[in-house]
Design a protein around this ligand. Structure first.
Ligand code: HEM
Length: 517
């Protein structure tokens, strides 16, 4: 008995010392930063939806400077807000920082069967990115435009109905209906619009809405428990409720249904037609191309075919659904708020839209003529880089960064908010909404690493051009018909909330029909 007690005591002291050793990691290296609490580090400060984590990082940057360290349980993070270092991590030293700073509860990216593009790393990522890239090419987007525009027209119909008699509407809600409709149709085989009756909506909303603190914190604090918790999550979803599990199941059903349909067609000799959506594109991505890669993570040289497994098809459709839903709806919401509170900008944008898009249907080529619209979207994303936390990497091979030694396993997080409002980069009016600052088309004179709303480097957002297309099309349709006006329900300034992405709590708006159109 005494021996067991002694062993347990020694083990506890050992474990606690290990946590303390990690907690003091940055201090021991002479790098300042928030200490938080022993064992927890700064974890508790970064899971508060009322104080979005990017805002907290920005506050710490003001306190500790442009490079500081923090811990979250057993994870060690360096926070940077110097564009040159961002460029170094995300581009120049990509080979040393090719992984993301995943929470262990998200699974092991080298072992998960359904690993997706956002989580994958090394040659698994390269293969998925190579296969997925054509899906977002100009050619492919040109084909998708008709579906996106159909959802725009459908949304306008709902807007007209629900604003009758001058009633204000909550725009974030409308935009989420829109982006889910688009992504459901282009990624998940949904055949017609499901707007305002889509059963998937509460689940995708919950993926970003609820912080699910305990689950995610456990990943930092007791990472070795994560594989067990994941097993429980997938095998008994009613015990550890995770909306992502429901979405993955629905996605898997859609993919399996399509595979069965295609096999049945093949049996009776029906020739495959044009791909209907991403599921078809991924299933068709069978090619004889074979990549031979060697990677230190996968000790031997491996032969990798370009064909995706069914699980991988499910993983990619899932990530496009989740990645494409929230981000674009938020960006549209922030743009609408800024347009309504800057009537001169809105007027100028309406003039451009009226000039360039006169026919009822807007063509793909017309979209590229909307230069001022592009400035408005970029400027919105500069002030509200809603997916700021995605700008992060994990060090996969020890290296140095700005003279600091970085060990394998250390995470690097960019403080996007500070960079995007740095007067040294943007001038003394950095806090102001001024789309004109993008007009000279000289983004390239900005120092590299200074505008990172979609990230930079090989892992830059793959959906960026789709997001631009969706936003341009929808804003065009709305602004031709309405002028966005604030109303008494509009929160000015917006209250920002959220843990994974940063969102306005509400965006109430009046849609005033345009008399001139
Ligand atoms: C305004 C809209 C969007 C914003 C602001 C945004 C932002 C971002 C950011 C910051 C990253 C990390 C980039 C990096 O690490 O360098 C990212 C990655 C990613 N985004 Fe987006 N995104 C948007 C729309 C979309 C859409 C529409 C999709 C898909 C349909 C999408 C899918 C992805 C994927 C799959 C990745 C991971 C790419 C990789 O690691 O190779 N995003 N996004």
């Amino acid at each position: 008995m005494i021996t067991i007690s002694l062993a347990l005591f020694t083990l506890s002291v050992g474990v606690f010392s290990y946590y303390l050793w990690t907690w003091t990691y940055w201090k021991r290296r002479g790098i300042s930063g928030p200490m938080g609490y022993p064992v927890f580090g700064s974890t508790l400060d970064l899971f508060d939806s009322e104080n979005p984590p990017p805002a907290q990082l920005e506050k710490w940057t003001k306190q500790y400077g442009k490079v500081y360290g923090m811990t979250q349980g057993l994870s060690k993070t360096l926070v940077i807000s110097n564009p040159a270092l961002v460029q170094e991590v995300m581009v120049n030293q990509y080979d040393n920082f090719y992984g993301r700073n995943l929470n262990p509860i998200q699974g092991n990216p080298n072992q998960e069967k359904r690993v997706h593009l956002f989580a994958a790393q090394g040659h698994r990522w390269k293969r998925l990115r190579t296969i997925s890239s054509p899906t977002f090419s100009n050619n492919s987007l040109r084909k998708l435009k008709t579906t996106v525009e159909d959802s725009c027209v459908e949304l306008l119909r709902h807007m007209e109905e629900q604003t009758s008699g001058g009633k204000p509407i909550e725009l974030l809600n409308f935009y989420q209906e829109f982006t889910l409709d688009v992504i459901g149709r282009i990624a998940l085989g949904q055949t017609d619009s499901q707007m305002f009756k889509n059963p998937m909506l509460p689940y995708v909303r919950a993926v970003f809405g609820e912080p699910r603190k305990a689950l995610f914190m456990s990943g930092f604090l007791v990472p070795w428990l994560s594989p067990i918790l994941r097993k429980i999550m997938f095998s008994f979803p009613s015990i550890l409720k995770n909306p992502a599990v429901h979405i993955i199941r629905q996605t898997a059903e859609a993919v399996e249904k399509r595979i069965a349909q295609r096999m049945a067609d093949e049996k009776v000799g029906i020739e495959p037609g044009e791909p209907q959506d991403f599921i078809d594109l991924f299933l068709d991505a069978k090619s004889d191309d074979v990549d031979i890669q060697s990677n230190e993570e996968f000790s031997k040289t491996e032969k990798v075919t370009k064909q995706l497994t069914t699980d991988e098809v499910v993983g990619q459709c899932f990530v496009f659904l989740v990645g494409g839903f929230d981000t674009t709806a938020l960006s549209l919401s922030f743009s609408s708020y800024l347009l309504a509170t800057h009537p001169d900008v809105q007027k100028r944008l309406q003039e451009e839209v009226d000039r360039e898009c006169q026919d009822p249907e807007i063509t793909f080529d017309q979209l590229s003529k909307l230069k001022y619209m592009e400035c408005v979207i970029k400027e919105t994303l500069r002030l509200y880089p809603l997916a700021a936390l995605a700008n992060a990497r994990r060090c996969m091979r020890a290296t140095t960064l700005g003279g600091l030694e970085i060990e394998k396993g250390v995470d690097i997080v960019c403080d996007t908010w500070t960079i995007h409002k740095d007067p040294k980069i943007w001038g003394t009016d950095a806090e102001d909404f001024k789309p004109e600052r993008w007009e000279s088309g000289d983004d390239h004179i900005l120092s590299k690493g200074s505008f990172i709303s979609f990230g930079i480097g090989p892992r830059q957002c793959i959906g960026m051009r789709l997001a631009y297309m969706e936003e341009k099309l929808l804003l065009c349709h709305i602004l031709r018909k309405y002028t966005l006006k604030t109303c008494k329900e509009t929160q000015i300034p917006m209250k920002l909330v959220g843990v994974r992405t940063t969102q306005p709590e509400t965006v109430w708006m009046s849609l005033e029909p345009r008399e001139d159109n």
